[in-house]
Design a protein around this ligand. Structure first.
Ligand code: PLP
Length: 381
């Protein structure tokens, strides 16, 4: 192979997106700066209304990050000390962190091997574990890992039968659908993140909460701005400062104009990967009725092969990432919390998962290179 064949490629290409948006994006940012409404400028309202239209959720409340969105959702539902929230252990730390931050207790459950998403039967066991520990089970938090919605039918049934709320951590899945409905409408409360590398990302931190309930939305808005009442200097509850910046809203409004096209490009890239890699590594399975926002394209390698595969790909200029190397129940910060006795799938996925470059501007040449290097590396047993 010539050296140019091995030139490094990006894992996520935000530059290509920026070039595509070009002057419109520059102008939108400059306008936000020149207008001077840095906090809660008109772009924030416009964005919330467009996000509601897009998702189908009656109310969108934007905020400062995906982590804050989870904290706000938990607090709006009145979840706190003595309460348990069931969280999959194979996720990004923020899912469980938000539960602990509001004083409630995360109880960890396992995930399904083919989708990486919460296993409803393990979640049911976690509810029993919470009760045995003397906690009040209040909610279950499916996480739409790598962009695919969790099984909201199974989780909805479970939650209904046990009287739990569903808080969807959709930080990675905004834009995806489940049986024709968009993320944002699949749970009582849904949260997302606009961290730059997420499928819909801004140029800093940002997040949003979606719900169909007006009263919940009012509470979320109040919590977002220091527990405000009808005006800013009336404080009716202890809140926080978690507003989305006007500049970030301006960036997101521009990115929304190309979001559908970007999602379909990611979908095409995922299909090309599946065609090239199925049978060689475990390719991600889409549940019938689900579409994915493909936040990541994560394959399952043969056991014990990840280190050498990562090294071979790195030598060939192909970047990879490991999401997630240590499940939360084994992290120092979370070891003290309860969990279901069996978390075998999560433990196994933490050993064998590998994410390869995935973004809307992945060209076929780069993708062929990723696939052929991966095939070669895996075959070199
Ligand atoms: C990114 C992410 C979050 C947190 O979002 P931030 O905007 O970075 O705070 C929460 N949960 C999951 C699953 C995530 O991937």
């Amino acid at each position: 192979m010539s050296s140019s064949d091995r030139a490094p490629m990006p894992f996520i290409d935000l530059d290509a997106q920026r070039r595509r948006l070009g002057d419109d994006l520059n102008k939108a940012i400059l306008a936000a700066v020149e207008e001077g409404s840095y906090i809660l400028g008109p772009q924030v309202k416009a964005l919330e209304s467009q996000l509601s239209d897009y998702s189908g959720a009656a109310h969108t409340v934007t905020c400062a990050s995906g982590t804050d969105a989870l904290v706000l959702a938990l607090r709006a539902l009145g979840i706190g000390p003595g309460d348990a929230v069931v969280v999959p252990t194979f996720t990004f730390a923020a899912s469980a962190e938000a539960v602990a931050l509001v004083g409630a207790t995360p109880v960890f459950c396992d995930v399904l091997e083919d989708t990486f998403n919460i296993d409803a039967s393990s979640a049911r066991e976690a509810v029993a574990v919470a009760e045995q520990a003397g906690l009040r089970p209040r909610a279950v938090m499916p996480v739409d890992l790598f962009g695919q919605p969790a099984d909201y039918d199974a989780i909805g049934d479970l939650a209904e039968s046990l009287g739990l709320d569903v808080i969807a951590d959709a930080a990675q899945s905004f834009g995806a659908t489940w049986n024709g409905r968009r993320v944002g409408t699949l749970a009582r409360v849904t949260t997302t993140s606009f961290f730059p590398a997420k499928p819909l990302g801004c140029y800093g931190d940002g997040g949003a909460v979606f719900t169909d309930e007006g009263e919940l939305a009012d509470r979320l808005r109040s919590l977002c701005v220091h527990g405000k009442g009808t005006h800013k200097y009336e404080n009716v509850r202890i809140g926080m400062n978690s507003r989305l910046d006007t500049i970030q809203a301006a960036v997101l409004l521009q990115k929304l104009t190309i979001f559908d096209d970007e999602l379909s490009r990611r979908d095409e890239a995922a299909s090309r990967y599946a065609k090239a890699l199925d049978g060689i590594v475990g390719v991600p399975a889409l549940t019938a009725g689900a579409t994915s926002a493909w936040a990541q394209y994560t394959v399952r390698l043969p056991a014990g092969r990840r280190d050498d595969v990562v090294a071979a790909l790195a030598a060939a200029g192909v970047p990879t990432a490991v999401y997630y190397p240590v499940p939360l129940h084994r992290q120092a910060a979370y070891r003290g919390y309860s969990a279901t006795p069996r978390l075998d799938v999560s433990n196994h996925l933490a050993e064998i998962s590998l994410s390869v470059p995935m973004h809307s501007y992945l060209n076929a040449d780069h993708q062929d290179r990723v696939a052929s290097e991966l095939v070669e590396a895996v075959g070199r047993a």
